[in-house]
Design a binder for this molecule. Sequence first.
Ligand SMILES: NC(=O)C1=CN([C@@H]2O[C@H](COP(=O)(O)OP(=O)(O)OC[C@H]3O[C@@H](n4cnc5c(N)ncnc54)[C@H](O)[C@@H]3O)[C@@H](O)[C@H]2O)C=CC1
Ligand SMILES: N/C(=C\C=C\C(=O)O)C(=O)O
Length: 487
Amino acid sequence: MAGTKALLTLGNFINGKFVPCNSYIDSYDPSTGDVYCRVPNSGKEEIDAAVEAARAAFPGWSARSPQERSQVLHRLADLLEQSLEELAQAESRDQGKTITLARTMDIPRSVQNFRFFASSILHHTSECTQMDHMGCLHYTVRAPVGIAGLISPWNLPLYLLTWKVAPAIAAGNTVIAKPSELTSVTAWMMCKLLERAGVPPGVVNIVFGTGPRVGEALVSHPEVPLISFTGSQPTAERITQLSAPHCKKLSLELGGKNPAIIFEDANLEECIPTTVKSSFANQGEICLCTSRIFVQKSIYSEFLEKFVEATRMWKVGIPSDPSASMGALISKAHLEKVRSYIKKAQMEGAQILCGEGVDTLNLPRRNQAGYFMLPTVITDIKDESCCMKEEIFGPVTCVVPFDSEEEVIQRANSVKYGLAATVWSSNVGRIHRVAKKLQSGLVWTNCWLIRELNLPFGGMKSSGVGREGAKDSYEFFTEIKTITIKH
Ligand SMILES: NC(=O)C1=CN([C@@H]2O[C@H](COP(=O)(O)OP(=O)(O)OC[C@H]3O[C@@H](n4cnc5c(N)ncnc54)[C@H](O)[C@@H]3O)[C@@H](O)[C@H]2O)C=CC1
Ligand SMILES: N/C(=C\C=C\C(=O)O)C(=O)O
């Protein structure tokens, strides 16, 4: 283990300055299991200081024109882009993801989040209607809500944090963000760029620490009227309870148990590599990852054989290995949780076709205490199994056969979640029919994770409340007012 002196120590960012904290939490390098960083263990005191800073900054920031705010966001995007390699290295070390994914997805998308909202904020219009018989004209105006509380998870740390910070400040709010205590480093690095980008002190405050301590202090604060949260369903429930007495505005982007439906007329050459990716990208730690694969009976054996072969090619390696497809899982506790699902499946009589317990993982000696596991394919499993019902959030996917269109729609919809689905078929009519009947906020057909940031993003049922995107985020981060003029 590294000596205490060598540890990277983060500070909270409040009112444009880094401030130390009274106590710290250890943060682990998932690829070795070693402590490498200390994260502030903030609480109510730090939230009170951040609220004071955000309150003081609000009148000036909200009074700026959209064009002025847009320029600041563009400058921040440029600065992040100039630091892309440094940020990618840090994200990969902190989260366990491959350096390749951090370089090609996480950091470029974080840059894009600022560019996108810098542009979209310039294009909103408001409504106006006439009521001539009453001599009235009605119109709407929108104004920023105030201090936005933003709580983000550990799987796509900077990507999901910036997806909230960018629209919130573009719309004129000031923010207090709380990244996951497991992955705080890139948020802290971004704070170092804010002043150069022209973000005034107090507009973006970042307070680090655990959910139950600092997260709850943020959610419960009476001067924070809206909370945007991405994470698990139990935490969303707690946030909802704490927000209820204050009638806060809530946006909740939660988990999924996402089906892939593969019909016999699917193009397997495209479907198989994409479904391997949709199951195992980022170690399966993306809320959009596929975890139930329904394959039409006539192609079931062929699919399974090819899918397992392709999964075995999905290389697990140390995050800095540019040829690795998958790195380490986020934590020891999470690795154990994911493994426990595989054990449960085995106890129920399911078959593990490849991965955990079947194949061997070879790692360098210094990474043997890291949180690695092989991508795992389960079959012969019942729809009622917890592996087919609960979010595992790891590199585990189940493959089961189906007969008819009606049957597969009913089975795909039979879980409490409703976030993302993929449908594979070359029959356009069928694609439209099935997409329409799936209880899912997002449906990708013959592809996965092609994002159009303008359009609504979010889930149905237990997968969330509200949507994010150009118009949806703008509406969430502003309050609307209807004005009537009698003339
Ligand atoms: N986007 C998604 O769908 C995500 C889903 N998950 C799911 O959640 C499971 C557990 O992961 P966790 O890291 O524990 O997720 P989590 O929901 O506990 O954490 C997400 C964020 O919420 C904060 N938080 C936790 N408790 C809080 C509270 N009481 N009040 C305010 N903020 C709070 C955390 O510190 C973190 O910043 C995963 O195994 C996975 O199944 C986790 C991360 C992202
Ligand atoms: N919210 C998550 C992913 C979002 C992806 C996107 O906006 O493209 C998640 O994994 O939690």
